[in-house]
Design a protein around this ligand. Sequence first.
Ligand code: ZN
Length: 297
Amino acid sequence: MKTKRTQVTLSVLVCLVTICMFAGAAPEKLKVLLIDGQNNHNWKSQTPILKPALEMCGRFTVDVSTTPAKKAPKADWDNWKPNFSKYDVILSNYNGQMWPESVCKDFEEYMKNGGGLALTHAADNAFGKWDEYNKMIGLGGWGGRNEKSGPYVYWNEGEIVRDMKPGGGGTHGAQREYTIETRQPNHPIMKGLPTSWMHTRDELYANLRGPGENMTILATGLSAKTKKHEPILLTITYGEGRVFHDVLGHADYSMKCVGFITTLQRGCEWAATGRVTIPVPENFPGPSKSVVLDPTE
Ligand code: ZN
């Protein structure tokens, strides 16, 4: 009897110690691989913003993989072999020449098997002819995209419109501050965000088109050019993989918007894990005034 009681006491003690150990342990950081190296935008000024924008919340570590330059010899490309499977999420700010076939295949496998992808702005201009990439990103612009790429997709009075009319993909008006409207307030990335907020100076992409399969439009912006509520934040599922597509981020200053930084952090966490634990900061912008911060400071 006494022995039994001792055993029970011991078991309770072991449980308590275990609980204390785990309660004190910080969750393991998510590993991000940021891909840059070619872009019709100034990626060299954006990587130094994107990396600390993620790392500042304490949830991520970010490695950077820079592709060879535009006219680099083939040997340089042969040596560029990112090990996608080491990472929880790949963040692409790349818009340039096609990756080597073996890298494309590796990336498709990584995503099909449950990888995570986040992309910003001109990364949705990339790879117009790579079918699997276009399924991952849902919608894209330029890069030879037209009605063969899929419908134009936009928001109209609570409905998603999928318009198959012929024409090129991608346009934008002059840079300005503009309002972003939440369309899926219960999605983990959007939960707790205001229904609308003012984004800092940026381009507003419009007339994006693509397969648009397994895609959710989280937020939209009203284009001065098309007069339509154009998709701004999107999620897509691809095989077992998750994608966070962020249309924002024309320049380094656009990426300093607290709304951009917060949704990028939460979008990357969701792409990596399917959950969001990163809180919405108190200085998240409201509908009338944009809020910026410099993550390098
Ligand atoms: Zn741009």
